[in-house]
Design a protein around this ligand. Structure first.
Ligand code: BG6
Ligand code: MG
Length: 217
């Protein structure tokens, strides 16, 4: 058994659900009467559903009652789930299957560390639910990323010390959470946004076996 273990974020790392989150939030913003750009959407990546709505309403300068907010959260998730329900294994991001198979083969454990309450459903849809040693998601945590709670729980379930955990993330909040936890952080995406990570890759194609070999040495 290798000393190191991996913790994967879900949205934007394992599957490209970030586009569905964006579409659902954008439609909600439009219904409320304002535009919501992809650039603004960066602020929502990795943060919880409730926090995402708060940020969205701030962008639109809108204040709403608690009841109305609950209604909008349910509405957003309903639309998001319509997209999720069409998902198949085709939506697993490039390089991920190969990487998970390699880790399995080498007996390197891996867990999920996601803010999403829909994580178990999404993993089922794409056929990866049974692969993970542990699944820690939005249903298990009380503090959202950049708080390290989700990754610390995952490390515990993997039975690994933080410094032996390698976190793969596409969100700034997630990279910050990994760094606070004292883990090795690998970012997928724009270097300008994610420069706080120990390593930044342009996309999941760059999660090659050679790169992983270097990480686990
Ligand atoms: C994160 C996404 O993984 O999960 C966020 O990056 C999202 O955009 C969060 O808001 C919560 O997801 P869900 O599925 O519980 O609404
Ligand atoms: Mg993500």
């Amino acid at each position: 058994m290798n000393k190191k273990a991996f913790i994967f974020d879900l949205d934007g790392v394992i599957v490209d659900t970030a586009k569905y989150h964006y579409l659902a939030w954008k439609n909600l913003a439009n219904d409320l009467g304002f535009e919501f750009t992809e650039k603004q959407n960066e602020q929502l990546k990795g943060v919880s559903r409730v926090k995402s709505l708060e940020i969205l309403l701030k962008i639109g300068s809108i204040e709403l009652s608690e009841n109305k907010k609950q209604e909008l959260l349910a509405e957003k998730n309903k639309e998001y789930l319509e997209y999720v329900n069409t998902m198949t294994s085709n939506e697993i991001l490039p390089g991920i299957n190969q990487l998970l198979n390699y880790l399995e083969e080498k007996n390197i454990k891996f867990a999920l560390g996601s803010a999403s309450k829909n994580a178990p459903l999404i993993l089922e849809k794409v056929g990866l639910f049974d692969k993970f040693t542990a699944i820690v998601d939005g249903n298990d945590v009380s503090k959202a990323k950049p708080d390290p709670e989700v990754f610390l729980i995952a490390a515990k379930k993997l039975n690994k010390n933080s410094n032996n955990c390698i976190v793969i993330e596409d969100a700034l909040a997630g990279i910050q959470a990994a760094n606070i936890a004292g883990m090795i952080s690998v970012a997928i995406g724009d270097k300008k946004i994610l420069h706080e990570a120990d390593f930044v890759l342009n996309n999941t194609n760059e999660l090659t076996i050679d790169f992983v070999k270097k990480l686990i040495k």
